[in-house]
Design a protein around this ligand. Structure first.
Ligand code: SAH
Length: 510
């Protein structure tokens, strides 16, 4: 049968909703499919964090920008079929759309074309912005006390044509009205509702970039919301909510009550280590900018192989970071050895995290100092080492002097091997950030080490005296920040939880 032959040679296509913007609102099914996708055909409103989940996929952007349509819908339909055929049996093509694929997403047209072409497909519903953006702005779309129905309407105008909305019918429902694609047509929609008999004093709200960290809400009435939104320069994506439920917004906007609501915080950690602190700050209501100010780069393992070959000449091997542990293991591998090569040496770790990484690799640390820093590590080794025992330090190039100085002071011979280097300012500063920092639009910059301070100072050489607050992990980091002329506060403990707390209690000047 010809049709089954076609079906046999095509990939499966999933029409997947990416949710309203906050990556946390993605469904588990969407998450799974993205991880397995061969190709992802996506829109403009899909958040980058969601696209990043499709690590193994080829990305095809068919995004539409307001007013111009780079890829017409008919072409997208054909493209899905072409990709399904190209990927072939057993493969997966994900068609990823903002919100829900069947809520003004033209998902129905795409599904119909796939069906006609004999391409197997499924639909994965998403959290629609029509409900989620009002919710996170404090507006329940229904409420037994105020509204017993809600109606989602498109306020998109085809070029030149008037809006095709039955205002009388909508007003008669007495329910909550949610208008999508409404930025350009706010005045026309509101005038239409009033002329159909709606009370001009009916509460209304516009929600811009709903569920995202920089979400904004403008409150007004059907009569005033157009002018108020223009004054606030509301842009896309945004939606209009009309109805008495809008009056609940100021009280139910729980995000506005979070300690860092409305605050913008820069995280300077390396990108691969920023998630912890960024997540805590977002949970406290902050808008977080990731600006990696340092990057750790390993010395190629082949270059370190000759060093590890000499490990039997040493009585101690010392690690000062989890990254150093992985560099050591890679170097052992490059030298054709494994952890047994360390058998004759005692192994010291600077702290619990480094010791845990060693344990994960099958090596139990013989020594961890009581206080996790270089000076204490050096002193502990010096008192444990027998006279003449040699120490191999396997750590960052240009690491602090505390550790070698403590060994030298005790007369312990050592060799300091640079296993990795810390590169300052590995990426250019994001556009506009310097101005935002200077003007206090960014409230706080978090620093987790002296090198993050130095990397930041390299990116922003004029930052001395700017209005942001430097929230620092540890006194040493704070001292570096102050040396650059930043106003610094210090986390009471050396943990990212304590750092997030320090940010939350910053006394912001007006
Ligand atoms: N399928 C999508 C809607 C697509 S139409 C969904 O279910 O959400 C695009 C319109 O959705 C935008 O013009 C805007 O009105 C609305 N929209 C999408 N994301 C939004 C967001 N984060 N905040 C406010 N409105 C949003």
């Amino acid at each position: 049968m010809p049709s089954s032959r076609v079906t046999d040679s095509v990939a499966h296509v999933a029409l997947v909703g990416a949710g309203p913007g906050d990556p946390g609102l993605l469904t588990v099914r969407a998450h799974d499919l993205l991880a397995r996708a061969d190709v992802v055909v996506h829109d403009r409103l899909v958040p980058p964090e969601v696209l990043a989940l499709a690590a193994g996929a080829r990305l095809v952007d068919v995004g539409k920008r307001a007013g111009c349509h780079p890829v017409p819908q008919g072409r997208i339909n054909d493209l899905l079929i072409e990709e399904a055929r190209r990927v072939g049996t057993g493969g997966l093509v994900v068609r990823l759309k903002g919100g829900d694929p069947y809520v003004f997403g033209r998902g129905g047209e795409e599904a119909t074309r796939l069906l006609e072409a004999g391409v197997p497909f499924e639909v994965v519903p998403g959290v629609t912005s029509a409900v989620a953006a009002p919710a996170l702005a404090g507006i329940p779309v229904t409420d037994r006390r105020l509204s017993s129905s809600f109606h989602v309407v498109t306020a998109h105008r085809r070029a030149g044509a008037p809006l095709d909305i039955d205002y009388e019918a909508l007003v008669r429902t007495g329910g909550t009205l949610v208008f999508l694609m409404a930025v350009a047509t706010l005045d026309e929609v509101c005038a239409g509702l009033v002329s159909a008999g709606m009370d001009p004093g009916t509460p209304a709200a516009v929600v811009e970039r709903g569920t995202l960290p920089d979400q904004r809400r403008v409150d007004g009435t059907v009569e005033t919301i157009g002018a108020l939104s223009r004054a606030a320069a509301v842009g896309s994506p945004a939606l209009l909510v009309v109805g008495d439920v809008c009056s609940l917004a100021p009280r139910l906007d729980f995000r506005a009550r979070l300690p860092l609501a409305g605050r913008r915080v820069v995280v300077t950690r390396p990108r691969d280590r920023a998630a912890g602190i960024a997540g805590l700050l977002t949970g406290l209501g902050a808008r977080v900018d990731l600006v990696p100010c340092v990057e750790t780069r390993a010395v190629p393992p082949a270059l370190l192989a000759p060093v590890v070959e000499r490990v039997p000449d040493f009585s101690w091997v010392v690690l000062t970071s989890t990254f150093g542990v992985s560099c050591l293991m890679d170097a052992l591998d490059a030298a054709g050895c494994d952890v047994r090569w360390l058998a004759g040496a005692r192994v010291a770790a600077i702290g619990s995290a480094t010791a845990a990484e060693l344990a994960r690799r099958g090596v139990r640390a013989d020594l961890v100092p009581e206080v996790y820093d270089g000076a204490h590590l050096g002193a502990a080794i010096a008192s444990a080492a027998a006279p003449g025992e040699r120490v191999l330090l396997f750590r960052a190039a240009a690491g602090t002097r505390d550790l070698p100085d403590a060994l030298a002071a005790a007369g312990v011979p050592y060799e300091d091997v640079a296993a990795y280097e810390t590169v300052l300012a590995p990426e250019p500063a994001p556009e506009g950030l310097a101005e935002a920092l200077a003007d206090g639009v960014v409230d706080v910059v978090t620093f987790t080490s002296g090198s993050t301070v130095e990397g930041f100072a390299r990116l922003f050489p004029d930052a001395s005296g700017w209005r942001f607050v430097a929230a620092c992990l540890g006194e040493r980091t704070a001292a570096r920040a102050r040396a650059h002329g930043y106003r610094a506060v210090v986390a009471p403990e050396a943990t990212i939880e304590a750092l997030a707390h320090a940010v939350a209690v910053v006394q912001f000047s007006a």
